[in-house]
Ligand binder design. Structure first.
Ligand code: SAM
Ligand code: SF4
Length: 328
């Protein structure tokens, strides 16, 4: 079986898998699940066993970085068991997860102990009232404590994800930049992405990433050279700031050229692009331990369908209802 990194027809390599373990979320972010999680269909989420078969097979194709995501991955009752077993799979060198920070202060140490080493915490406002307005939860204090707890637990990489929202947090750019000055973390501003369910919200609140670039450059920040194999974030640093700032701008030119990730939904569908037309179900290839090769052949075959770019500029944002359905 092919042990090389998965590649596509455009010479891109895919060492990184974002694996959604649940669609369920306990928050109601206004751009993602404004009315909260609603069950769709009756197919169950991938079982612990199916997840392990999948990760073993991907590891055999050279995937070494896994991010567990969701919905909110930590609401899954067997989340820590899944993390522990995934971290033990030979070839998996980095296990990360993305979380809204719910109950992170008391759980960070356990997450670290089961093998998670990189954490991305979503924080869209540093003002408690605005945080509540955006997420539906009055939990900014808890989430910030959680970030500290992640440092204390020993996480190698702590990142903050902040979705740029015109009229909701664009007056906080300076505050976010100052926030990282004395912390060894990277805060990533993410341009709001249009999905099937947030068209009107997108029109009102989308703010192009240039607003961040201009602000950073005017404050003496500069762009770091891109590291070999790095993903699509542009990183900035400043000599007086320990923390770094990143910008993820899917609407910018060339964003897709550095794509290095594949996504699998909580129900086992491979998504070749965040903005694609649904996914390719892999579930049938995860039903027994002797299907590894069959699964790997399927992946290599599906890679032929990966397009060079998304078609957001042509107004095609795909059929993804919201990013909770494929993990962002
Ligand atoms: N629930 C977890 C969380 O919020 O961190 C993990 C899943 S969430 C879908 C992953 C990331 O996607 C979060 O940082 C979230 O802010 C971001 N996100 C969700 N919908 C988005 C959208 N329409 N545009 C840009 N980012 C989005
Ligand atoms: Fe939940 Fe994350 Fe979506 Fe917010 S962004 S509603 S926390 S899945």
């Amino acid at each position: 079986m092919n042990q090389d990194l998965i590649t596509d027809g455009f010479g891109r390599r895919f060492p990184y898998l974002r694996l959604s373990v649940t669609d369920i979320c306990n928050f109601r972010c206004s751009y993602c699940l404004p009315d909260g999680y609603k069950k769709s269909g009756c197919e169950p989420f991938l079982s612990h066993e199916e997840i392990l078969r999948m990760v073993r097979a991907f590891a055999g194709l050279g995937v070494w970085k896994i991010r567990l995501t969701g919905g909110e991955p930590t609401v899954r009752p067997d989340f820590v068991d899944i993390a522990r077993s995934v971290s033990e799979i030979p070839g998996i060198k980095k296990l990360a997860f993305t979380t809204n920070g719910y109950r992170l202060p008391e759980r960070a140490q356990e997450y670290f102990n089961v093998g998670l080493r990189a954490i991305n915490v979503s924080i869209d406002s540093l003002r408690p009232d605005q945080f509540r307005k955006i997420t539906g939860h009055d939990r900014l204090g808890e989430v910030l404590e959680g970030v500290q707890a992640a440092f204390d637990a020993g996480f190698e990489s702590v990142k903050i994800n902040t979705v740029l929202l015109k009229g909701l947090n664009d007056d906080e750019l300076d505050r976010f930049i100052d926030f990282v000055a004395d912390k060894p973390l990277s805060l990533r501003f993410i341009e709001l992405m249009r999905t099937r369910d947030n068209q009107e919200y997108f029109q009102t609140h989308h703010l192009p990433g240039e607003a961040v670039t201009e602000k950073l450059l005017s404050r003496g920040w500069h762009v770091l050279p891109r590291k070999e194999g790095a993903g699509p974030a542009v990183e900035f640093e400043h000599k007086n700031s320990i923390g770094k700032i990143g910008l993820i701008a899917p609407y910018s030119k060339d964003f897709c050229k550095t794509c290095n990730r594949l996504r699998v939904s909580a129900k086992g569908a491979l998504h070749l692009c965040l903005f694609g037309e649904g996914g390719y179900s892999l579930r049938d290839f995860l039903q027994s331990d002797d299907q590894t090769e069959e699964f790997q052949d399927k992946i290599m075959q599906l890679m032929n369908f990966k397009r060079s770019s998304h078609f957001l500029h042509q107004g095609d944002s795909g059929t993804t209802p919201h990013l909770a359905s494929i993990g962002g």
